[in-house]
Design a protein around this ligand. Structure first.
Ligand code: FAD
Length: 411
């Protein structure tokens, strides 16, 4: 393996004998086969990569290769080595696409999956609403059956990439008289259909808009675009979380991207600020945190490679890594002082032109919210891992139409 992996093995052995994996050798036949394909296709299109099964190797055929974790790592490594990038369509590839594999009809799979995996049609995830984020099951967007269509009315918020998306995967309420989790259904939405309005939300990073609020007014969706059966919306949306792909941990502090604690320590150590013992102490403690998080990620990876079930480390890691990223960005901003207010200003002298620090600093408040807030993740850990009593939700068994959310929707 390139990069981190050369230092990985001795480090893992030192840290914990539980983390014991050999990465596939240079001469591994699976590696050679992938390498040969990359040599024969130095600039593959998204569709060529998709048809080869290299975009979602962990999926079943014909979209994937049912690749075991080792083959997934080999593919990542060989594509990296050949400087071949997979299509960038994260909602389809990492989140929602698998729902069509498991619950979709043949017609839905044929129509939507190849354009998604090849990156030709961008997808977005239409789940959160202005009053339903953590408590997603309380959502108000309604889908009412009318002949061979459903008519959709409501609004969704924080929808990443909706302004570029052709396809949206939406959870909407089909049965208000059922308890909140049971009255939901999932739909494949044509984002260009009449009645769909996408409004960008400017965020404080100053970078081009990525998040949107989407309004749906009498949008007619063919019944053939219902995913699974009516009432299965909750099951389908949660099942997406169970298909995590194996990948080597990325070092960035913001959801694995951007710069991290190591970069901060490297940058700070070249400034006068590092002469202050308090700065050094704070930097060292963030560096230690980042190393612990890195080892936790490797322990998860090792478990996957050994075929062991993922332990509590995975959930704990999510809760720890988001605030850690925020602390790294906060310390960097503190070091910048008033300079931090200047758009695109760099915190440290750096040989390259990248300004990822700037994005990281201003995006970091979002990382404890998106993909499950820290508080909600802590609830998950306490209930599912520690076996503590479940949070009391007075609405859980009542028909949705009799809950406070329904009253809010109609007032
Ligand atoms: C960068 C980013 C990208 C996103 N992209 C998408 C997307 O593409 N599609 C989509 O549908 N959504 C998206 N979201 C929305 C995201 O899923 C929600 O922000 C998230 O579910 C939290 O919901 P909320 O913002 O309504 O906050 P709320 O749920 O209102 O939470 C507000 C505060 O209350 C706390 N809280 C809530 N419930 C509890 C509880 N039971 N116990 C303790 N504390 C609680 C929360 O932790 C939080 O601090 C995105 C969000 C971000 C930040």
């Amino acid at each position: 393996m390139s990069g981190d992996s050369t230092t990985l093995k001795p480090l893992l052995k030192q840290a914990d004998t539980h983390m014991d994996f050999e990465l596939p050798a240079e001469g591994d036949p699976r590696r050679l086969e992938v390498r040969k394909w990359c040599e024969e296709h130095p600039k593959p299109t998204g569709m060529e990569l998709a048809k080869q099964g290299y975009v979602v190797p962990h999926w079943i055929a014909p979209w994937g290769l049912e690749a075991e974790p080792e083959l997934q790592l080999i593919l990542d490594d060989e594509l990296d080595r050949a400087d071949i990038r997979r299509p960038n369509n994260s909602v389809a590839i990492n989140n929602c696409g698998i729902s069509l594999v498991v619950h979709g009809t043949k017609a839905q799979q044929d129509r939507y999956l190849w354009p998604a995996l090849s990156g030709e049609e961008i997808w977005c995830q239409l789940f959160s609403e202005p009053s339903s984020g953590s408590d997603l099951a309380s959502l108000q967007t309604r889908a009412v059956k009318d002949g061979d269509h459903y008519v959709i009315n409501g609004s969704k918020i924080w929808t990443s990439l909706a302004h570029r998306a052709k396809v949206g995967i939406m959870v909407a309420r089909t049965d208000p008289s059922a308890p909140k989790h049971r009255g939901l259904s999932t739909f494949i939405i044509d984002m260009d259909a009449p009645g769909v309005e996408v409004k960008p939300i400017d965020d404080m990073t100053g970078y081009p808009n990525e998040y949107n609020q989407c309004f749906f007014t009498d949008v007619r969706v063919p019944v053939g675009n219902l995913l699974g059966v009516e009432g299965d919306g909750w099951k389908i949306s949660t099942s997406q979380l169970q298909t995590e792909r194996v990948a080597l941990a990325k070092p960035g502090a913001i959801w694995g991207t951007g710069p991290g604690a190591r970069d901060m320590v490297r940058g700070l150590s070249q400034t006068e600020a590092f002469e202050d013992p308090l700065v050094r102490q704070q930097a060292a403690s963030l560096y230690i945190e980042s190393e612990i998080l890195r080892l936790l990620k490797y322990r998860n990876l090792s478990d996957r490679l050994q075929g062991r079930p993922i332990g509590p480390e995975s959930a704990i890691q999510k809760v720890l890594s988001a605030p850690h990223g925020q602390r790294v960005m906060a310390m960097t901003l503190e070091h910048m002082g008033p300079r931090g207010l200047i758009s695109k200003e760099k915190p440290f002298e750096s040989p390259d032109d990248r300004d990822e620090w700037n994005w990281g600093i201003w995006f970091s408040p979002a990382v404890t919210l998106g993909i499950g807030t820290t508080e909600v993740m802590k609830n998950v850990i306490s209930e599912r891992l520690l076996g503590m009593p479940r949070e009391n939700d007075p609405d859980i068994k009542r028909p949705w139409k009799d809950t406070g959310k329904k009253k809010e929707a109609t007032s």
